[in-house]
Write a protein that binds this ligand. Structure first.
Ligand code: CO
Length: 136
């Protein structure tokens, strides 16, 4: 089993990060943190910390980014992926592969330096799932 240990974040793709953060603050009273860039993933992003989980707001900075392609289909933005924590990414990927789930792209790093990987939505209920290695 991939040993999933809870929800890390739910990601919302947005065309304008600053406008999205302002809208969340004005409409829901929740505040996004500092903006960070992840050139490897071709995105800039900001986290809303809700205590038990986070919202990740992501905006593409590269036209090749999968987020840019998502926004072509959904110009106003929308729910993009859900991310679960796992203690060991290699063990988790081996386990899901065994269960017939394909990986989407290569494993990489998030802005915090944690190892991450995405799973093919066709193999997981039509939803894009990210796994994030978190050591407790
Ligand atoms: Co994410």
């Amino acid at each position: 089993m991939p040993n999933i240990k809870g929800l890390s974040h739910v990601a919302i793709a947005v065309p304008d990060l600053e406008a999205a953060a302002q809208a969340l603050a004005a409409k829901l009273g929740i505040n996004a943190g500092p903006i960070k860039e992840n050139p490897q993933q071709g995105v800039r992003l900001s986290y809303v910390d809700l205590g038990n989980a986070r919202i990740e707001l992501i905006q593409p900075i590269s036209p090749d980014s999968p987020i840019a392609k998502f926004l072509e289909r959904n110009p106003a933005g929308g729910l993009h992926h859900v991310c679960f924590n796992t203690e060991d990414l290699d063990v988790a990927l081996a386990a899901v592969t065994q269960a017939g789930v394909r990986q989407a792209g290569k494993a990489g790093l998030n802005v915090h330096g944690d190892r991450i990987a995405f799973l093919n939505p066709k193999d997981v209920l039509g939803a894009l799932v990210e796994l994030e290695e978190k050591h407790e």
